[in-house]
Design a protein around this ligand. Sequence first.
Ligand code: SF4
Length: 453
Amino acid sequence: MSADSHKTFYLETFGCQMNVHDSEKVIGTLVHEGYKQVETVEQADLILYNTCSIRDKAEQKVFHRLADYKKLLAQGKKFGVLGCVAQQEGEKIFERAPHVSLVCGSASYRNLPEMLTQLEVGKREAPKPEARSLIRITGLDDRETDKCFETEFTARTNPHRGYITIIEGCDKFCAYCVVPYTRGKERSRTYESVLAEARQMADLGYTEIQLLGQNVNSYKDPAGKRSFAELLAAVGEVPGIRRVRFTTSHPRDFGRDIVDAIDAVPTLCDHVHLPVQSGSDRVLNAMQRLYTREQYLERIAWMRSAKRQISITSDIIVGFPGETEEDFAETLSLLDEVGYDAVFTFKYSPRPNTPSLALEDAIPDEEKARRLDVLMATQREIQIARYKKYIGTIIEVMVEGRNEARGQWIGRTSQNKTLNFTAPELATPKLGSYVPVKATASFPNSLVGEMVV
Ligand code: SF4
């Protein structure tokens, strides 16, 4: 234990926003249990990694970290692996990294305080020092759980905008994805508990809320059967809330009512992230994505016909098993047809337990890399043209930070674009405030402007 008698912990997070928010909840829970968070591994009694297994690289990183710090075991430090890799690998983690004493999947976080107590008692009462390192506690959810990890102790790091998880798990079983195996079946929080958390955040001064879930569109209030669009609109109407975002959407469950809600409630941000993954029906079918290119484009048409100008972004995987040059060309043509404001691109990599593991991963890595480069270059041209159109317009931004080196403020628009801007000395904007900025120049991924006073 550290000198000031607090039990201390260090937590590093890998992966998506769901993991980032889970970590905020884990931190809040541990602090409530009397632990103190520290900045370095060396200062900590307990070292935790909240892991991601969506790509092999992220998983390997965790095992490298564990190997790097193994030597600290001699100082009595304890190591824990949380999240998706914990759920996926389970007790195999103890074989790969025998100095780990805690393995906890994401649906078992609510049991963390009890698990940590067991761990401490076990270590204290171990008959011999060498037996202490053999104490191992495992918390793995059964994936059929209907419980969400709700806690009143969330330690949000940003005082202006914060996440609320509305749904956990996923029932879609896309062929390449580990999430249904690591996060379990879909379970929604009640409409009332989400709204109560949103009101509480507004009372604390938060003005921006991001609703989170692996597939927010399939949200279904377990009590009142309210839809995602109804929940979205209700959160947007909470007094004090100025911006509401949501991620991630699945095209199959993305209804027109979501676009109607964005049109009707001005606090709902005019940005939708709608992952398409491929422009080819053949590949979409092999990926088990449950929609066709035409159905996807129908959803795009709903958004393009909205009264507000909705910014659309997406995720794309290249090199899925069996993707031909023709399939890839269809993805490129989809980019032109949709006109995305940003695309997150990935090379396919096989993941444990997933159906696509059985497919031959025959596209060489160099070819996947080539397709990725072509995709990114195509999208870059599209973004250059799209961002240029904002020059001369006045856009409201939330002030997120300051870049001293450039003498600029960092702002975010409702469309989720970065707008870096200068402000007159006498009108210094406050972090978290909303100010109008005139866009004066554009780059492929950001805008530049001057604050309007
Ligand atoms: S919708 Fe598909 S890609 Fe998204 S989390 Fe579920 S299985 Fe994974």
